[in-house]
Design a protein around this ligand. Structure first.
Ligand code: KIV
Ligand code: ZN
Length: 388
């Protein structure tokens, strides 16, 4: 029986992620990252857009030869030549997938294709049929599905499933939808596409309004079973759904009843590798993988955290392969954090000592962003010298 609680993780770091200016990868880098993504436990790797350049063709080809345990996917437009080139690039893959599609919103139909809904529907069907000549596993994307009317989207999805699509991707290409709207769109398809049980529904959400992760979660709650995402949320413009966020939401909220194959301990190490290889720093306050994700700096938080870490941490840093939690000393820190850091450095002070030291500490902290171990050592030694 199919496991209806499994969420397939479709990683597109090497395709949508690599579209970020400055993040271009060479073939060796792509193969290296693909191996790491396979080890992380993703189910599908979108390795590139083979027709776009000889370099991308070569990368998809190399990844297809190298990876043994994941599905390797190549992107195409709904164009015969694209599909043929993708099939060629994927020919050594153990599990090849062609990802083809076309814009379905009125804006895309008119502005991009100067066509009608019926013409686009026909092109979608033809693309899926053509891809089926080369592989069994065909995913169809309805680009700008987020702004496509549900009625027309349902017609397209029904037709492409009939033509052989085994996964149907519902991209919120411009990151426009609110979570309840995206969720309702998925529910609409579940309830109005008669053959929907023959395909997996996939969420592909962009982050233009900061809602990519929330929308993807709304999607799976309403019946989707695949999420397309990238490490560190890299992707066009404001990025894609972040892999580490969805993996940890699913893991942390057991009541959702979902699971993935992601080995969460690899999330931070791989985030760093991707950031370095793609020359794209991670913002410090990024969920799960930012350098501040497990730092505590205000007195109230530090005091609670030192009494019981669960007061201010919902994830144990070890669980996501991050360094242990940090108590950062700033002008907002309190006495318990100061005493804790002195203790870590090997200085034992009484409560009264800490009170005296705290007055000095606050002066230093007001003049600096952060009080570090060297500052504390000097303070402790001065204090000891004054009290002999
Ligand atoms: O955002 C999007 O619509 C895409 C498609 C090409 C899948 O990236
Ligand atoms: Zn995209």
């Amino acid at each position: 029986m199919a496991d209806n609680s499994k969420i397939f993780i479709f990683d597109t770091t090497l395709r949508d992620g690599e579209q970020v200016p400055g993040c271009k990868l060479n073939s060796n880098e792509k193969v290296e990252l693909a191996l790491q993504l396979e080890a992380l436990g993703v189910d599908i790797i979108e390795a590139g857009f083979p027709v776009s350049s000889p370099g991308d063709f070569a990368s998809v080809n190399e990844i297809s030869k190298t990876l043994k345990n994941v599905t390797v996917c190549g992107l195409t437009r709904a164009v015969q030549k694209d599909i043929e080139v993708a099939a060629e690039a994927l020919k050594y893959a153990k599990r090849p997938r062609i990802h083809t599609g076309i814009g379905t919103s009125d804006l895309h139909i008119k502005a991009k294709f100067n066509a009608t809904q019926d013409e686009i529907l026909e092109r979608a069907i033809q693309a899926v049929r053509w891809a089926k000549n080369f592989v069994d596993d065909v995913e169809f994307y309805a680009e700008d599905a987020g702004r496509t009317s549900n009625e027309y989207l349902a017609r397209v999805i029904e037709a492409v499933i009939k033509a052989g699509a085994t996964t149907v991707n519902i991209p919120d290409t411009t990151g426009y939808c609110l979570p309840h709207q995206y969720g309702e769109k998925i529910a609409y398809l579940v309830n109005n596409v008669p053959n929907i049980d023959k395909a997996v529904i996939s969420c592909h959400c962009h982050n233009d309004l900061g809602l990519a992760t929330a929308n993807s979660i709304a999607g799976i709650i309403n019946g989707a079973r695949q999420i397309e995402c990238t490490i560190n949320g890299l992707g066009e413009r404001a990025g894609n759904t972040s892999l580490e966020e969805v993996a940890m939401i699913i893991r942390s909220h057991k009541t959702l009843g979902f699971h993935t194959n992601i080995d969460s301990k690899q999330l931070n190490p791989l985030s760093r590798i991707v950031s370095e290889t793609m020359r794209m720093p991670v913002q410090p306050n990024k969920a799960i993988v930012g350098s501040n994700a497990f730092s505590h700096s205000s007195g109230i938080n530090q005091d609670g955290f030192l009494k019981d870490a669960l007061t201010y941490e919902i994830i144990n840093p070890e669980e996501v392969g991050a360094d242990s939690s940090k108590i950062v000393l700033t002008a907002r820190s309190g006495r318990s954090a100061l005493a804790f850091r002195f203790q870590k450095l090997g200085f034992q002070f009484t409560r009264n000592d800490v009170d005296t030291l705290y007055a000095e500490f606050v002066k230093i902290a007001d003049s600096k962003k952060e009080v570090n171990d060297d500052d504390l050592t000097v303070m402790a030694k001065d204090f000891a010298a004054q009290t002999v």
